[in-house]
Write a protein that binds this ligand. Structure first.
Ligand SMILES: Nc1ncnc2c1ncn2[C@@H]1O[C@H](COP(=O)(O)OP(=O)(O)OP(=O)(O)O)[C@@H](O)[C@H]1O
Length: 867
């Protein structure tokens, strides 16, 4: 042993031994009423928490940094450490110091990481806190699992890299765990936006993870959950449970089932689409999102579910219609809707309350809240079964208000219980005979003694009988000498005074024992009764969780109904045909953020496979092209969520994928050129087209030189047109040259957004009209932005010259002459020779040095290859 080790105090030796087991966590070490940190942990704690760092002599050669805080401040400080990205191991005293000689036994009782937090301060009400595990197999398959320990929701899924990417963006886990050797790969594929932790390779083994899961669920197979074939997903799920065990989370009885997320059940949107459509997040701080405008839910469960409904819209016509019909019913039944909302509001976060039961973190007030929620669930059940709507009736049937336990809680827990159980005072009278008696003794001691005195005085005829107390022999009966001869034989004389004698009786002694131990005993009984209640609730965990999920769904449906009324949304008609027809459609987010003086201009749009498969949309800058494109996606998406839509009429073809791409968004932090990002994103569409997909392209091609941009945009449009899937596409562009496509391809139609020029001014009319537009009004926008007049005048001059030059050089002429390629074979077909040649040419071009004329020549060369 080193000299320093022998010099450590026993306390420091204990700390060292425990710290060695949790080297990558900040160890909060309970000493008396304080949590202390030592060494490097103390330095971190003092920096993050702003507490004083001191040095202390550990009783020997070593000096160690020290920083601590009182135990009752734990919640606040724990929150700060975890938010700052630290893993925190909480080391408690495992014995009562009063009963122990020497050093108290200590051990880590919980390890808190961002994905395993159960503390309210670390959780957001309307947001799940998922811990994710990703299992990457040797053949590039991805098994995933998501668990919210605070609600008990547990999911498994598996698929390719793109699917994994989509799930991670949709679930937004607070922490992701995966195999240690995939650290680099994970970062390359999913970026560095997640808090991650890596585990040993051996944990991700099928037989090990299966064993953990089966043991947890106490079953012999996964058949009952319908997930037995999601093998890679289950490996990830097992790793999640392993991790929870390793981080000292043994109480997981509220994780009662595991569900699969089936890729085929949901309308597919990749991460770019979720981001471009600003569904959950806005690129600007506090910016509006679809979630923000739709979220009028009244329970935290509903708010959490709505996020999932947005990111995972349905694809099954029957299920979508079930939701839409229920929303319609709720719109018509005002009374039912209002009463439902009222009842749901009183449910609180019953789902998170449930997870506190096995963790033993529920307090008396929350227990009563749980019973109140169950009472509301009973009311909701009655309302829904009384409604004449089959889907609501079915939801009602699945609700179980657990009346027995709710009533038991109401009977046993007092009306206004304290938030902390430890001090007692929350169990009702008449629940426990001994408790009543003890309370009676504790609270009515004087009365009792007086009664006893009267009773004994009457029985014995000693009229001057008095009850007294002293510290030597406790309670006594005092008899004056006059009555001495009336003293019953069973009384024991304890003291003789000048004119009186003092006696004790068995009854008095019994009472004395009771009263001295009463307070302690009262608390003991109350805590025991509380414990019994909490233990009994274990049998109802899964039942209450099902209730919470149904309330969440009802909350989302009522929210859709209220939105429809408040914002004038209409019921969409989803069908298995090919056409999307939106009449007087509006952008749900923009319309809510416009000033009242500027109403949103609604537009009609039709896309189908017969004559209008691709719309090329041109129009001035700022006219509303992007808004219209996104509006198309959002209306389609909302319809698939089961929500009414911002349009006067909408007939929506069942859609299985929505893609949106926006040209040249900067992604410098990822170290990629903007154009590379744009092309990567677009390539992933081209490779994933389906016959039921909707594609929205916003200025694709603008990230490179004009000629490059036009040629790429052109060939993308052609490719989509010739694709056997005939994907419905909306293509907004500034390249008016693309309007020429209408003359060449039968299912391409040009549209533009109208504006009116009055003198030098442009007024945006924002109405969609057939035909292309001729110029961009970019200079007009520059003027609106406050550029100096002479600069604007010069720009107009240059534009004029350039336009004439283009005509002379024949770009427009060339475009007109561009023949439709002889491609039923696509140039983007990865196996085609043509593609290889073009790719080779494109990779050799240095875009930054290419002059327009060279570009034109290259374009010609490409054209020749295609001949
Ligand atoms: N239909 C509409 N009714 C009312 N206001 C609208 C409408 N469409 C768009 N706007 C307003 O105009 C702004 C610009 O719209 P948008 O970004 O769609 O234009 P754009 O044509 O795509 O512009 P650019 O070509 O410069 O990217 C929006 O932020 C919104 O405030």
């Amino acid at each position: 042993m080193s000299k320093q080790k022998t010099a450590d105090t026993p306390l420091m030796q204990q700390h060292k031994a425990i710290k060695a087991k949790y080297p990558d966590a900040v160890l909060l070490f309970r000493v008396g009423d304080f949590y202390e940190t030592f060494g490097q942990d103390a330095i971190i704690a003092s920096q993050v928490l702003g507490i004083t760092l001191t040095k202390r002599n550990n009783g020997g050669a070593a000096m160690s940094e020290l920083a601590g805080f009182p135990h009752h401040a734990m919640d606040t400080y724990l929150h700060k450490l975890v938010k700052a990205g630290y893993r925190v191991a909480i080391c408690d005293q495992l014995e009562d110091p009063k009963t122990v000689k020497g050093i108290v036994k200590r051990g880590v009782t919980e390890m808190v990481t961002p994905g395993t937090a159960t503390n309210e301060k670390l959780l957001e009400h309307g947001t799940n806190n998922f811990l994710a595990a990703v299992h990457i197999t040797a053949n590039e398959k991805y098994g995933l699992s998501f668990l919210d320990i605070s609600t008990g929701e547990f999911f498994v899924a598996e698929g390719d890299r793109e699917y994994a990417d989509k799930l991670l963006s949709g679930f937004k886990p607070a922490e992701v765990i995966f195999q240690r050797h995939h650290q680099k790969k994970f970062r390359e594929e999913f970026g560095s936006k997640f808090y991650t932790y890596t585990l040993d390779e051996w944990i991700f083994q099928e037989h090990y993870t299966q064993e953990i899961l089966l043991k947890h669920f106490d079953t012999h197979s996964f058949k009952g959950f319908g997930v037995e074939d999601v093998r890679d997903g289950l490996i990830a799920a097992g790793a999640v449970l392993h991790y929870l065990k390793e981080t000292e989370h043994p109480n997981l009885q509220h994780i009662t089932s595991i569900q699969r997320i089936n890729q085929n059940d949901y309308l597919w949107m990749d991460r770019f689409t979720i981001r471009n459509l600003e569904l959950l997040n806005s690129p600007v701080e506090n910016g509006s999102t679809l979630l923000k405008v739709l979220d009028n839910t009244c329970t935290p469960m509903g708010a959490r579910l709505l996020k999932r409904w947005i990111v995972f819209p349905l694809k099954d016509l029957h299920k979508i219609n079930e939701r839409l019909d229920a929303v319609e019913h709720l719109i018509l039944q005002t009374d039912l809707r209002n009463k439902l909302v009222q009842a749901m509001r009183q449910c609180g976060d019953v789902e998170r309350l449930v997870s506190k039961i096995p963790l033993k973190k529920i307090n008396p007030r929350e227990l009563l809240q749980l019973a109140r929620a169950l009472k509301q669930i009973d009311a909701i059940k009655h309302m829904c079964s009384a409604s004449e709507h089959a889907y609501l009736n079915r939801l009602a049937d699945a609700l179980n208000p657990c009346i027995y336990i709710a009533e038991k809680i109401f009977k046993e827990v007092a009306d206004n219980p304290p938030a902390v159980a430890a001090k007692g005072g929350f169990i009702n009278a008449s629940v426990h005979e001994q408790l009543d008696e003890l309370r009676n003794i504790a609270h009515h001691g004087k009365e009792y003694l007086l009664k006893l005195q009267q009773a004994e005085s009457e029985r014995t005829g000693i009229t001057s009988l008095k009850v007294g107390f002293n510290n030597v022999f406790g309670y006594y009966l005092e008899v004056t000498n006059v009555h001495k001869n009336k003293v019953p034989s069973e009384w024991m004389r304890k003291q003789t005074l000048a004119n009186a004698e003092r006696y004790i009786t068995p009854e008095l002694k019994e009472y004395e024992e009771k009263i001295t131990g009463a307070e302690e005993k009262i608390l003991e009984i109350e805590l025991q009764l509380f414990d019994n209640l909490v233990n009994e609730l274990h049998d109802f965990l899964s039942c209450i969780q099902t209730n919470a999920q149904i309330v969440a769904a009802l909350d989302c449906l009522s929210c859709f109904a209220n939105n429809a009324i408040q914002f004038n949304y209409k019921k969409p008609l989803l069908h298995e045909g090919e056409e999307i027809m939106i009449k007087e459609g509006r952008h749900p987010v923009i319309e809510r953020n416009l000033p009242p003086s500027e109403p949103y201009i609604a537009n009609d749009v039709v896309l189908n496979k017969t004559e209008q498969q691709i719309i090329i949309l041109t129009g001035p800058n700022m006219s509303g092209k992007s808004a219209l494109l996104r509006q198309m996606a959002l209306v389609t998406l909302m319809a698939h969520m089961g929500s009414f839509v911002p349009a006067s009429e909408a007939r929506i073809a069942l859609t299985d994928k929505i893609f949106t791409r926006v040209g040249a968004s900067d992604n410098l932090s990822a170290g990629e050129s903007t154009f590379m990002v744009e092309m990567n994103e677009t390539a992933s569409i081209i490779n994933n087209i389906s016959s039921r997909c909707l594609i929205l392209l916003d200025e694709i091609g603008r990230g490179t030189s004009t000629y490059d941009g036009i040629s790429i945009a052109w060939s993308i449009a052609e490719h989509l047109h010739h694709s056997p899937h005939q994907p419905k596409t909306f293509f907004a562009t500034h390249y008016h040259e693309l309007n020429e496509l209408e003359n060449k391809l039968p299912r391409v139609k040009n549209y533009h957004i109208t504006n009116k020029e009055i003198g030098n001014k442009v007024i945006f009319l924002r109405k969609l009209a057939p035909g292309g537009s001729t110029h961009s009004f970019g200079i007009h926008v520059a003027k609106m932005a406050g550029m100096p007049p002479d600069l604007i005048a010069r720009a107009q001059d240059v534009l004029k010259q350039l336009e004439t030059k283009h005509v002379d050089e024949g770009l427009n002429k060339n475009i007109k002459q561009l023949s439709a390629p002889k491609l039923q074979l696509s140039i983007f077909d990865a196996h085609s020779q043509t593609f290889e040649e073009i790719r080779e040419m494109l990779t050799q071009i240095d875009i930054n040095r290419l002059t327009p004329v060279e570009a034109l020549l290259k374009l010609n060369e490409i054209k020749n290859i295609l001949k």
